[in-house]
Ligand binder design. Structure first.
Ligand code: HSE
Length: 300
């Protein structure tokens, strides 16, 4: 039995659409056992959305993809999934399943693929790299297409910063949230995002929290996705204005991610609680931390 622990992730961070991502210390666990035959998948009851227990399950699809890649002939599989990452909220839950399946299968097959190779497979399955990157490598990752596949560079964010998640009750499918994006964007918006994402990399490394609010602004995806998340633009502006935090849609949403100065935690909580009450928005305020390790096999 192999147990793989995979962290939640927050992709985009505002301007770094499909490029930047953070690893967060909420975890899904995947236990995978090679059996004598058949497929048996145990999932927690009553999750929304419901998790498939057949060959459509992402953990299974990903494990099989790895076995096929390395030519390992498995007999049967038993998969058990424990959920600590809210599903369908823009916190990388699908990515945890893909990475969990790949890493577990890699162990079962004799650990033949490197993390970089697992990352390439994960990106192929998921279609974009900015959740798989931090889920595999931990910390704060910059992902790019080298021309012969996706690569990720991972860094430890400054100790003075801390992520806070605002998690709503609703779910949003990434496919829907990508469906509202335009095929082309104005050059001025592209330049705006290059400037902000470059600034954000600097802030995450140096901890200059007074720049967070500017650094997490975006013009490439959030303005369009606001059509699916009523009040999104106002919320981002008002939270930033009231607290000075960097605020962005987490992944494709509907959760928000805030990055704050660690020392302002208490003050931030009071302000955000009050603000959410005033504007009548119901979000769970989840103080979190960066995960620096990424996916790991339990007991290692
Ligand atoms: N970069 C992707 C998107 C992340 O925003 O669609 C999805 O989790």
């Amino acid at each position: 039995m192999v147990e793989v622990i995979v962290p939640a992730t927050s992709a985009n961070l505002g301007p770094g659409f499909d490029v930047l991502g953070l690893s967060i210390n909420l975890y899904n666990r995947f236990k995978v056992l090679e059996t004598d035959g058949g497929l048996n998948i145990e999932v927690p009851a009553g999750t929304i959305p419901e998790l498939p227990t057949d060959k459509k399950n992402l953990v299974y699809i990903s494990a099989k993809r790895l076995f096929d890649e390395v030519g390992y002939k498995y007999r049967g599989l038993h998969i058990a999934i424990e959920i600590g990452v809210p599903l369908g909220r823009g916190l990388g839950s699908s990515s945890t399943a893909i990475v969990g399946g790949l890493v577990a299968a890699n162990e079962i097959a004799g650990a033949r693929l490197s993390k970089d190779e697992i990352f390439m497979l994960a990106t192929e399955i998921e279609g974009h790299p900015d959740n798989a990157g931090p889920a595999i490598f931990g910390g704060f990752t910059i992902c790019y297409n080298s021309g012969s596949g996706f690569r990720a560079v991972s860094h430890k964010p400054s100790d003075s910063l801390k992520p806070v998640l605002l998690i709503p009750n609703s779910v949003l499918e990434t496919k829907t949230a990508r469906g509202v994006l335009p095929k082309e964007v104005p050059l001025t918006d592209a330049v705006f995002n290059i400037a902000r994402s470059s600034l954000l990399v600097s802030v995450l490394l140096t901890g200059r929290s007074e720049l967070l609010r500017d650094a997490m602004q975006d013009r490439l995806h959030q303005p369009y996705r606001a059509s699916l998340i009523p009040g999104l633009n106002d919320m981002i502006r008002e939270i930033g204005g009231a607290t000075g935090a960097g605020v962005a849609l987490s992944g494709a949403g509907p959760s928000l991610v805030c990055i704050i100065d660690r020392l302002s935690e208490k003050d931030f909580y009071e302000k955000i609680r009050q603000l959410l009450k005033e504007i009548g928005q119901d979000y769970l305020i989840q103080f979190a931390d960066f995960d620096l390790e990424g996916a790991r096999v339990s007991g290692r």
